[in-house]
Design a protein around this ligand. Structure first.
Ligand code: ADP
Ligand code: MN
Ligand code: MN
Ligand code: MN
Length: 343
């Protein structure tokens, strides 16, 4: 019996790359082979030199098709087998190896917003537009919760696929949710994040909203203007030193604030970050860097238990929901790694 391998990759769409996938039937017992696609249709190649190579980097059980079928995450290569210019994984893997002695772990909190057609799910529902935010975060009841069936199916699918998903919660804006991946080293953390995003989009296809339109999910950083929270991807991380020492946690927070670093990170933490990091709605302004214990208005938060225990991890609250997790985790590994090792 053959199995179906759904080949997933990240395209060249600007300013925010999109996920693409297509299926290949593979002989029973064979590994998913190197494959390719038409890069002229994904903003990754001109039409006269259109071949882009897909190299499998992370293979998991396919919880949607079930059976022996697989989801195959790929990196993109040029035909000479060097990384494609849109391949951000290669640099992430290289940084992770360079600073491997620090064994850096990541826990990423992916916020996202459901849509039904052109409106966020529940905007409006049959009973009208939602009341101002306040009661939705971790809420319960049909007046506050929109899309729970998709969230639960996605959570179970991620577990069945063997991803390191660590939880879900309803967010501050109605129709907005979060899942967390980690803690796990990168590039695996970012691989799993891209696979979990693909599963979210795919599973939502099979669910309808109250108007009978299939549900979609977006990583837009500010889906609704005005007095509504945006969507981020808080990135928690720890080195082996931070897991033993509070001073190392502070040193990491200082390293992220060193000259030139805040600008470098903000410029690579997702398109439209100025729209979300306004200084309101539990954010610090994009052009001001700060850190503090328990401070949800700081760029970087040190959780209260970390201060109490004198060791642990810190939370970079700046990345947008639409960030590239390869780039975010690479930058943190490089900035904190260089400060910690002098390399
Ligand atoms: P918040 O209180 O900010 O909403 P969450 O519980 O949503 O926090 O997410 C915290 C994330 O931090 C989880 O993904 C968790 O796995 C991760 N995490 C926990 N310990 C560590 C650690 N030592 N290093 C890196 N990440 C960690
Ligand atoms: Mn969270
Ligand atoms: Mn959140
Ligand atoms: Mn958080």
């Amino acid at each position: 019996m053959s199995y179906i391998a759904e080949y997933i990759w990240i395209d060249g769409t600007e300013p925010t790359a999109k996920l693409r996938s297509k299926a290949k039937v593979v002989d029973d017992g064979a590994e998913p082979p190197i494959w390719g696609f038409d890069g002229s249709s994904t903003n990754q190649a001109p039409g006269d030199k259109s071949d882009v190579v897909l190299r499998p980097v992370h293979v998991i059980h396919d919880p949607v098709r079930g059976g022996d079928n697989k989801l195959v995450l790929n990196e993109t290569l040029l035909t000479d087998m060097t990384p494609h210019p849109t391949n951000t994984r290669a640099a992430c893997a290289a940084a992770s190896e360079k600073y491997g002695e620090l064994d850096t772990w990541f826990g990423m909190e992916q916020e996202y917003t459901f849509y039904e057609g052109r409106n966020p799910l529940g905007w409006p529902s049959k009973s009208g537009f939602p009341a101002p935010q306040g009661g939705y975060y971790c809420g319960v009841g049909a007046d506050e919760i929109f899309g729970r069936a998709v969230v639960n199916d996605h959570l179970q699918a991620c577990i069945d696929a063997g991803l390191h998903i660590s939880g879900i919660n309803a967010e501050v804006m109605p129709g907005q949710w979060e899942f967390q991946i980690g803690p796990v080293a990168t590039p695996r953390a970012a691989d799993e994040m891209w696979l979990a995003r693909w599963l979210l989009y795919r599973i939502a296809e099979d669910h309808e909203g109250p108007s009978g339109i299939p549900i979609s999910a977006t990583l837009s950083p500010k889906p609704v203007e005005g007095d509504w929270n945006g969507a981020g991807c808080h990135t928690n991380f720890s080195t082996n030193q931070m897991r033993e020492s509070f001073d190392a946690c502070i040193a990491a927070a200082e390293a992220l604030g060193a000259e030139g670093k805040p600008e470098l990170h903000i410029a690579n933490y997702g398109a439209g970050i100025e729209l979300r990091l306004t200084g309101q709605h539990e954010t610090a302004r994009y052009d001001e860097y700060s850190y503090g214990v328990s401070d949800r208005g700081a760029s970087v938060r040190i959780p209260w238990q970390v201060e109490r225990d004198g060791k642990g991890y810190i939370e970079d609250r700046r990345p947008n929901a639409n960030c590239d997790p390869y780039t975010v985790t690479r930058l943190i590994v490089e900035t904190v790694g260089a400060a910690a090792t002098g390399k």
